[in-house]
Design a protein around this ligand. Structure first.
Ligand code: ADP
Ligand code: MG
Length: 364
């Protein structure tokens, strides 16, 4: 683990970028440092690999004060992805990625193999391997930066706003890939961002900084959203806090409403009776195999012995499954004329309705 105890950082002009920071970063987790510009995120990151030295307090890694480590040796065990990629402009992609392996005097063959491996890991195409940084798109440059940081397989990875410079579509893709990559590489990652959505979607834990590196809140994203520690945190989370909470929760986590349900070969009378038991004006129609077929409005049922499949069965339009987020479910609920969305679990079929009340109960 990485530990800050009573860490202060004053720059030459006497300004305290970090006043006194106490924070423990757990091994194997992705910890996000978030907060407005100038609050000390980059400084905190650079105190870990000694690109900055603390002016008070102790930064330690696995119980050892970083000042006891030789800086270059320390930095080789810590991958660092800089803001704006920070690639060496006069080195090719290949040589940029190979920076640390070169310093560690790996053999040519070893380096070539590792570079090929990393190109694939970060989703780049081998054609770009002999290009220079100015010949890359923003997204490609960021991927090369990540590959370079991973080259010697360091246990710790520091990433400073790695996806900030690319457009929102590329950023979304990089973020999704990065989540998968992280599951594969299992590193301790400290990730800086000023983008709250990025912090929420990537972080196991979020450290929210105020000016002066003051830790306003340090907790998993769901907890920060559910209970912001103060007004500063609430402001930073913005007006869509509840929507963001829903985006972190899955359909599997809410109770569904069974609703009135009949099979398509049932009589109109039995469908009306089912709707009546719930006090609803429509019924869910399922097949013999439990698969969802649609719904029928009571007003369309002629009554008596006529069968349901003689009237028009309306499709639901959208259904959700256990893995969908509650935000997706909400989207479906607000666009459905019925104000609900059915849950369908693959081969098992219809599994009840997600309703406004299901979401409400979960947020309460
Ligand atoms: P963030 O990454 O959150 O935007 P920084 O850690 O870069 O914040 O900066 C924190 C504060 O320290 C800012 O007020 C910044 O101007 C100041 N600062 C950062 N680097 C230096 C430096 N090398 N010399 C003087 N002041 C600095
Ligand atoms: Mg910064």
């Amino acid at each position: 683990m990485i530990e800050f105890s009573g860490v202060g950082k004053q720059y030459g002009d006497g300004m305290a970028a970090i006043e006194s920071l106490d924070m423990t970063i757990a091994t194997g987790e992705l910890t996000v440092l978030a907060g407005p510009s100038g609050c000390g995120k980059t400084t905190t990151l650079r105190l870990i690999n000694r690109l900055e030295e603390a002016t008070s307090g102790i930064v330690s890694i696995d119980g050892m004060d970083v000042r006891a480590r030789e800086p270059t040796e320390l930095r080789r065990s810590i991958g660092y992805v800089m803001q704006h990629s920070g690639l060496f402009p006069h080195r090719t992609v290949r040589d940029n990625i190979a920076t640390v392996p070169h310093l560690l005097s790996w053999s040519k063959a070893q380096i070539a193999q590792r570079v090929d491996e990393l190109i694939e890991t970060v989703g780049l195409r081998t054609e770009i391997i002999d290009r220079y940084p100015h010949q890359l798109s923003g997204g490609q440059a960021q991927r090369v930066g990540v590959a370079r940081a991973l080259a010697a397989d360091p246990p710790i990875l520091l990433m400073d706003e790695p996806f900030a410079a690319v457009d929102p579509i590329v950023r979304g893709r990089l973020q999704r890939e990065f989540i998968q990559l992280q599951e594969k590489v299992e590193k301790t990652i400290v990730f800086v961002t000023h983008d709250i959505d990025e912090a929420i979607s990537l972080g196991d834990r979020i450290a929210l900084f105020e000016t002066g590196g003051r830790l306003a809140q340090y907790a998993p994203p769901a907890d920060v959203l559910a209970a912001p520690a103060n007004g500063f945190v609430a402001d930073f989370l913005g007006g869509e806090r509840e929507l963001r909470r829903l985006a972190l929760m899955r359909v599997a986590a809410v109770e569904t409403e069974p609703g009135p349900e009949v099979t398509s070969d049932a009589s109109s009378a039995s469908a009306l009776a089912a709707a009546d038991r719930y006090g609803w004006s429509w019924v869910v129609i399922v097949g013999d195999d439990g698969q969802l077929i649609g719904w029928v409005a009571c007003g369309d049922l002629i009554g008596g012995d006529s069968r349901i499949d003689e009237v028009v069965i309306q499709p639901f339009g959208q259904a959700v499954s256990a893995d969908d987020t509650l935000r997706t479910a909400l989207g479906a609920i607000v666009t459905s004329p019925l104000g609900v969305v059915p849950r369908v679990d693959g081969a098992r079929g219809y599994a009840g309705l997600v309703t406004h009340a299901s979401l409400n109960q979960k947020l309460a």
